[in-house]
Design a binder for this molecule. Sequence first.
Ligand code: BGN
Length: 351
Amino acid sequence: MNRIRTIGKPCFLLILAFLQVLFFVVMYRRGSSKIFESFSKRNGENWDYSKVKDIYTNLTLFTPALTNELQYCPPKSPLLVGPLSITFQNIPSLKRILKKNPYVKRGGLYTPPHCQARYKTAILIPHRNREMHLRHLLYYLHPFLQRQQLHYRIYLIHQAGNETFNRAKLLNVGVRESLKDEDWDCLFLHDVDLIPENDHNLYVCDETYPKHFSSAMDKFNYRLPYWSYFGGVSAMTPEQYMKINGFPNSYWGWGGEDDDIAYRVRYAGLKIVRVPLNIGHYKMVTHNTDKGNEENQKRFDLLVKSPRRWKEDGMNSLEYKLISKRLMYLFTNITVDVGAAPKDRKTKTRS
Ligand code: BGN
C-alpha cells in the first residue's frame, strides 16, 4: 500500500523523469560505447592484444633520484603499457640484455632508483638445459618488473647432474635459499618458458591466498586447461608457502606436481585466486621433448596419496646439497644436487 502511494507521488515521478533525462544526456555527450568501455575496463575486459607495445617502452624515463629520502612508488606504476610485443625470432644475447637493463645489479637484483618500492618479490625459476629459454625470459622479465616498480631478484635454481628433473623440489630449494638473502614479501614460482604478455599483470602476491598468474596461456588457447590448473606461474607469500608445507619433493619427471600443490592449498584451508583471463596472458617458448623430464608414471599414485602425505613431504622433509650460489649479471644461480628418484621408477617418453 505504502509503496503504491510513494510511486503515485508527483515529486517521485519528477525525480524519475529527471534521472531518465540525465541518463540520456550523459549517454549522448560521452557516447554509450565509452561508458560501457569504462565498465569493462574496470573489470579489465577490453585489452586489445592486436595493439602491442615494445617491452622496453618508458624504461629510459627512469633516472636515479638525487636525494636519499625516496618517496614510496605509487601503488600502481604510471608506466604500465598493457599488451606487449613478444617474439621468439631472435635469441637475445646476455650482453644485449645487460645493456638494455643498466640498473639491474649483480645477482639479477633491482631496486627502483627513483622511488621506494612497495613490494619485494623473488622470482624462482627451476632450470636445466634451457639456456635459450632463459635468455628470452630475462630479456622480457627484467623490463616487465622494472616497469612495475618492484624491488625484485631473479633466482635460477639449476638442477645439477643428469637425474630425472624435479621441478617442485627445486622450487622448495629456491624458497629456502632466497629467504636467506631477504625477507621477501612474495615468492614467484615461474616456469622458464613462459613470458607474460601484459604488464598490468602485477607480480605481487595476494595477501590471503596463493595466486595463479598464468591463467591464459597461448598453448591452451588463452583459457584454463581445467578449472583447478595451478601450473606455469604462481605466487605465494612465505607464510602461505609454509602453511601448505611447500611443494612435494617426490615428483620426479613431468606432470602432477602442480595438481598436488593445488590439493595442498585446499588441505591447508586456503583457496586459489587467479589473475583474470584477459590479463593473465602468457606466451610459451616452443620446445621439443625434454630429455631427463619424461612423463612421471607415478603421478597418479602420488596424487591419490596426497591427502596423507602432504604434511610429511615438503619443506619439513627437504634435503639437498647446495653446490654453488653465484651472482651472475642478470640472475642468481643456485646450483643444487636434489638427489635421484627411487630406483624402481618406470618412465615413458612424452610425445
Ligand atoms: C595435467 C598435468 C599437469 C600439467 C597440465 C598441463 C597430470 C596429473 C594427472 C592426474 N597433470 O594433465 O601437471 O601441468 O596437464 O599441461 O598429469
